[in-house]
Design a protein around this ligand. Structure first.
Ligand SMILES: *Cc1c(COP(=O)(O)O)cnc(C)c1O
Length: 232
């Protein structure tokens, strides 16, 4: 942003957001609510402030240090912002951030469940991250284990499962994307039908810059978009 005309930059971002919102509306069902989480990991808190001034409220960060830095710099408006933690979260920084976020999208392992439950001051809205494609180095619970995982969460009162989250493989074809996102929808509905008080599981966090259209078509209710908004 340095040296760039901020007004020009903002009109570009505004136009990019308008395009994303147009595609969201074109691809969603009439009764489907799709929340756009603007992934701000690429930009400074000044840009987040400008986006806030445009009326946006849902922002996503994937690093705890960066989240805390932005929150401090946006102290005057921070209480109006909905912060989504979307990235791999180590157990050590949980204590510092867990009571400063509104949603945790990346609850991906039991050790994190335990730490979040221990450090949270009350129930935290979480998405269980699913490794839907079974890639070896990818975070997330395996789909085959998810029902028993959800059942075991009854022992952790500060974990509220509002939905499931996934990241599709980088190189997935259109057909594969549809298949993975559709499998996510099936899992979400299975859990929803368990009617567990701590796991309403009505939401699906899926879809990034390159695949949010397919994700929405398969039922996404939260999309996490960065590059499509910020890339030149
Ligand atoms: C960076 C990131 C995104 C956004 O990805 P883009 O390709 O920039 O849209 C979404 N989800 C997670 C977990 C991320 O780390």
């Amino acid at each position: 942003m340095v040296g760039m005309d901020i007004l020009e930059e903002m009109s570009r971002l505004k136009e990019n957001i308008r395009k994303v919102e147009e595609l969201v509306n074109k691809n969603k069902d009439d009764d489907q609510t799709v929340n756009l989480v603007v992934v701000t990991k690429y930009v400074t808190s000044d840009v987040v402030r400008q986006l806030y001034n445009l009326g946006l409220r849902h922002f996503g960060e994937n690093r705890s240090d960066e989240l805390l830095k932005k929150q401090a710099e946006l102290e005057d408006i921070n209480k109006d912002i909905e912060w989504h933690f979307i990235g791999r979260l180590q157990t050590r920084p949980v204590r510092k951030i867990i009571n400063n976020i509104n949603y945790l999208h990346s609850l991906d392992r039991m050790s994190l469940v335990k730490e979040v439950n221990k450090r949270a001051a009350g129930p935290i809205r979480t998405f269980l991250q699913i490794n839907i494609s079974g890639e070896e180095n990818k975070a997330g619970f395996p789909p085959s284990k998810i029902l028993e995982t959800v059942e075991s969460l009854k022992n952790y009162p500060n974990i509220q499962v509002i939905g499931l989250m996934t990241m599709a493989p980088y190189e997935a074809s259109e057909k594969e994307l549809i298949k993975y996102f559709n499998e996510m929808k099936t899992l979400q509905e299975k859990i929803q039908k368990m009617h567990l008080p701590y796991a309403p599981c009505t939401e699906l966090s899926m879809g990034m810059s390159d695949d949010y259209i397919q994700a929405i078509q398969e039922g996404a209710t939260y999309i996490r978009v960065g590059r499509a908004i910020f890339e030149k």
